[in-house]
Ligand binder design. Sequence first.
Ligand code: GLN
Length: 475
Amino acid sequence: MDFKNLTIKSFQEGFRLKEFSALEVAEELFKEIDAHDSEIGAFLSCTKDEAFLAAGKADTLRAEGGELGPLAGVPIAVKDNMLMAGHITTAASKLLEHYTASYDATVISKLKSSNAVLLGKTNMDEFAMGSSTENSAFHITKNPHDPTRVPGGSSGGSAAAVAAGFTIASLGSDTGGSIRQPAALCGVVGMKPTYGAVSRFGLIAMASSLDQIGPFTKTVEDSRILFDVIRGRDVHDATSTDFNYSPTEEEIKKLKIGIPKEYFVDGIAPDVSKGVTEAIEKLKRLGFSFKEISLPHTKYALSVYYIIMPAEVSTNLARLDGIRYSRDVKDVKKLKELYIKNRAHGFGAETRRRVLLGTFVLSSGYYDAYYSKAQKVRRLIQEDFDNAFKEVDVILSPVTPTSAFKIGEKTSDPLSMYLSDIFTIPANLAGVPAISIPVKKYGLGSDELPVGFQLMGKHFHEEDLFGIGELYERE
Ligand code: GLN
């Protein structure tokens, strides 16, 4: 049996019907990883022993007739910025090369208690800063659809692992697009929940007012299953919350979809335009009604993000001095010299750039001109969404201006790299949920590169996105 195409849903069915065991599936997937991950580079580390134990446990549970939760026995990979007790957690940085987590992130404990099988930690841009996974301190990740191209980032390893069939699903984090953009470039489904829907406890923080953890899956149906396991209030994260919203299929079919004119501009690559138009046509055939809307402050989103995000990055990363978990710098006499050397050697170029930018925009004399001003414009961007959601229920747009670009194409031009996130950043600034869905099924080995479309919803209305996405996928 070919386990590479299993979805969470088809795993659940086959597992319950005893067509295979969880151990068998885990073993087969590790064979795939051992044989092919040297070409792709999706993983930074594997957790084989625990995976086999967890799979064995799920099999025993089934044999004993115990209650099998939605993820019992399901293989899942996790981005290397989420703490897993007893495992190296590097966030793809040299500064954390020797850091072993002492506790589980809340999402990890939720996966463990639902008897999921954790396969390992996936590659990413250092501290989640980047759009191509080329900023990992360890190695790059390649796009399984075309290994000369990037998988997107920063959760490129998690997206590539699902696309390559190394895992059924994975988790990533999204601060400005890091789940949705790699999902689009790898032809899988990626969802950024509403800010506060999923606990960030145990996630190595990038920009705390923007970060969210979310699922990568092969289908929208799976995205909901995984999201339902990780969501909800957690005492360790004061911003997290429970919520209840469950529209019926009839209600979903009546949702009105908005097309923001600011998102359909010159400069979008022809394959992306074509794909997104195809998606709109298909949704129209399904009976959805569309309306043109305006999000007038969109043009400021990228600038606002590149002030607020580095400000939070420089603050969050200030705690890293490299003394315990990095071993590069030796023979230093003075403490200050040690800090400077560790941070200069330990951080990659992109991380250093953002720490410097962030320190600058927060410095006295510039705080009001940059940081405070950016916060005010962020509010206007949030209000754009509030106003739009008075007219429509869901907003549809492209995810990225281009499909997967070539490895090395943008590394020497940070601004062109930053532009990759132009359509994903507003949802983080506004805190609304957003999903990236492949326009169609993209088989590995075809000439066509994957294209995704994005649906953004009202706060805590993830179900609207899943509902529309499922009808789309069923067609
Ligand atoms: N690519 C964006 C950045 O470089 C987003 C990163 C993210 O969402 N973690 O900041």
